[in-house]
Design a protein. Structure first.
Length: 714
């Protein structure tokens, strides 16, 4: 079906995706019957000067003749629709971000080859006086024949010039320091971005991690990058040196030209190691010493869209018949969605609040903001049996990164993410790995299980829906920011927040967006109750949004970021804030009922049981507060901050602390029943099922601990 026709010539056949620089469509050239890719720019043609600039910039860039540059066939202004458009060759392949996500990091020699091909294309452009200004993995394509092509020359300057806010165009994770000072950038700026891309191809991570735009800007301006070889042993010293030179803060200290970069790339890798050109296409397993990890779904053909636009689902997987509701953290009576314990990460951690507070079918988990992965630790299945005769089965599973994600337990399987970029499915009884799904970024999001699918976010900016049995992708939804938020599933809809400053409502079966609502960065996960979505933001507000239409019902202003997941119980929303308070808010009106002030930031999600609110604080204490009045009943001190969200089961509270311990306390008296010591900070929250507490740790392990005795693997 033809959606529309541009300039009476180009049929728009299939919508491919949308990014910061426009929409991309698969199209057909009526005159010659050629399959093409068409990009529509978000600026209309009403501004004559903007139209002139667009046509000039793209025609200049389109004159580039190089096998590493996507060919531009036509450019124009469609008067009927008042739209600017460019028509390009339709490229079959995947961008490097998809390759990393689906196949893992490539061998070093392959990463060097791909970068060398992109460098050659940049060299041709720079010789013609053309600077890209927004080089990133999404603006590169690896064709099915193994060639690397660069997209979107000329677009960034047009977008930057015509943006009335003066916004600097570019993707922050790959932007050179001088661009943050509104410097237009030159060829050396492109080389800095190329260094960021090479760093990610070698390690699976961008050079700098940050919790927001300001943090990312400061990292590019001030923070020295770590050598790639510190994350991935075996990288030649000459290649390490080249990456650091490309990432020099001062443009004058970077390589002088793309040609110099190409020469140093060739010198860094012995000729015998280099793949054939074009390299034979094929999957690359994630680097690491922990055994093979099943690769993600195979490649899906798509046009050269660039710009991080959303593609079709990477693989269509038949939906399994929905099984019984998963049992997880704080499941309300009557079923619902598995609610992993909330997890938290380094400075801003958010966490799930689902439990008894939410109606059946309406909640999910929590997540950590962003922490550095530790790829030097290989992902390995090392289940450790444990327990004494007659006790619950205990075990430990070792991943390749910190585990701040909180587990979800459903139908005999534990689902949990790791900062080694993978989501794991583990056998409840033994901890044996069923499957592992690699993404393009660390997983601090906690999974939710419903409808035969497991949903999880990633710092690669995507929300994934995976088949629970196989780990294959059913669909993925790309956002414009890291997805540290955890999904909530209710009534066939998935609700998820993103660092792109939006909350999204998606069809749980297809990933199709129903609505989005703008706010500040969203690190917390939504809570859903009685047709309302409650979600906090770092803009210091707690929002209540109509679940059906995405319309705001009310917003409650705190005095600090609301990065703790809310909990809903008895018509009241309980939530913490970085202003050190725990609030009780009328769910219908948004009016404050009471607040209780702790001695530190509150990123822990409250648990509500027996008329008492339990919540942790950065002041190292767990608090019990009367749910009706906000009066303190007791507090329990630990050795460090508490980001973990408490779970109350059978009159016992389970939670973790950054002091590396998991605690079990009597809910009525705060008397300690037991502690279990791990090897790292415990920011994950426990899922308690069948007499076992499942929880992650900063030591890279997932633990199964006997809830009666506190016994666990040694």
């Amino acid at each position: 079906m033809v959606a529309r026709v541009l300039d009476e010539r180009y049929e728009l056949v299939r919508f491919v995706g949308r990014g910061g620089m426009g929409e991309v469509w698969e199209g057909r050239d009526r005159r010659i019957g050629r399959r093409v890719a068409v990009k529509l720019l978000p600026h209309g043609g009403g501004d004559a000067s903007a139209t002139t600039l667009f046509l000039r910039e793209v025609r200049t860039a389109g004159a580039l003749d190089h096998p590493g540059v996507v060919t531009v066939f036509d450019v124009g202004h469609d008067a009927a629709d008042d739209a600017l458009f460019m028509v390009m060759e339709f490229v079959q392949g995947r961008d490097p971000a998809a390759v990393l996500r689906e196949d893992g990091v490539p061998p070093v020699a392959v990463a060097v080859d791909w970068t060398g091909q992109a460098t050659a294309a940049l060299g041709r452009a720079h010789a013609a006086g053309i600077v890209h200004r927004d080089l990133k993995p999404a603006n590169l394509m690896r064709t099915d024949e193994g060639r690397i092509k660069v997209l979107d020359f000329g677009i960034a300057r047009f977008m930057e010039t015509t943006n009335h806010s003066g916004k600097v165009m570019g993707t922050l994770a790959y932007m050179s320091p001088e661009r943050f000072d509104e410097h237009p950038g030159d060829a050396r700026s492109d080389l800095y971005s190329l260094g960021c891309v090479l760093y990610e191809l070698l390690t699976g991570n961008v050079p700098f991690e940050a919790t927001g735009p300001v943090g990312m800007m400061n990292a590019h301006l001030l923070k020295p990058p770590a050598r790639p070889g510190e994350q991935r042993p075996g990288i030649p010293a000459a290649l390490d040196r080249l990456v650091l030179d490309l990432l020099a803060k001062n443009p004058a200290e970077r390589p002088a030209s793309a040609e110099e970069v190409g020469e140093r790339l060739r010198a860094a890798i012995a000729p015998a190691q280099m793949p054939p050109v074009p390299p034979a296409p094929g999957p690359w397993h994630a680097h690491g010493g922990g055994g093979a990890v099943p690769p993600g779904p195979g490649p899906a053909a798509r046009p050269a869209i660039g710009d991080g636009a959303a593609g079709e689902p990477t693989r269509a997987v038949p939906v399994a018949d929905p099984g019984r509701p998963a049992v997880g953290r704080g499941m309300p009576d009557g079923g619902g969605v598995a609610s992993p314990a909330p997890a938290v990460g380094r400075r801003r951690f958010l966490w799930p609040a689902a439990g008894a507070a939410v109606t059946a079918g309406g909640i999910t988990t929590a997540v950590l903001l962003d922490d550095r992965d530790d790829p030097s630790k290989p992902a390995a299945s090392t289940p450790a049996g444990g327990g004494t005769p007659g006790s619950a089965r205990t075990w430990r599973f070792t991943t390749g990164g910190w585990v701040h994600s909180s587990p979800a337990v459903a139908d005999g399987v534990v689902y949990v993410g790791s900062l080694d970029n993978r989501l794991y499915a583990l056998e409840v009884a033994t901890g044996a790995k069923k499957w592992a799904f690699p993404t393009g970024g660390g997983i601090t999001s906690s999974p939710a299980v419903a409808r035969g699918l497991v949903y999880v976010g990633s710092t690669d900016e995507n929300l994934y829906a995976l088949d629970v049995a196989t780990g294959l992708v059913k669909w993925r939804f790309p956002t414009e920011g890291k997805v540290a938020s955890s999904p909530a599933v209710a009534d066939g809809i998935v609700y998820i927040g993103s660092e792109d400053q939006h909350v999204y409502a998606l069809n749980a079966d297809t990933g199709t967006m129903k609505w989005s609502y703008p706010m500040g960065h969203v690190y917390t996960w939504p809570a859903v109750a009685d047709g309302v979505v409650y979600v906090g933001s770092n803009d210091q507000n707690l929002y209540a949004i109509d679940a059906a239409g995405g319309v705001k019902k009310w917003a409650f202003p705190a005095a600090g970021a609301v990065n703790a997941p809310p909990r809903v119980a008895g018509g009241v929303v309980y939530v913490g804030s970085e202003d050190k308070n725990v609030y009780a808010i009328d769910a219908a009106t948004g009016a404050k009922k009471w607040s209780y002030r702790t001695g530190g930031k509150v990123d822990s999600s409250p648990a509500v049981a027996g008329g008492v609110v339990y919540v942790g604080s950065d002041d190292k204490n767990l608090y019990a507060v009367d749910a009706a009045t906000g009066a303190k009943k007791w507090s329990y001190p630990t050795g460090d901050k508490i980001d973990s969200s408490p779970e109350v089961v059978g009159g016992v509270i389970y939670f973790g602390s950054r002091d590396k311990n998991v605690y079990a306390l009597d809910a009525a008296t705060s008397n300690r029943k037991w502690t279990y010591s791990t090897g790292g900070e415990v920011r994950s929250s426990a899922a308690v099922v069948g007499g076992v507490a499942y929880i992650g740790s900063g030591d890279g392990n997932v633990y199964a601990i006997d809830t009666t005795t506190g016994a666990g693997p040694t």
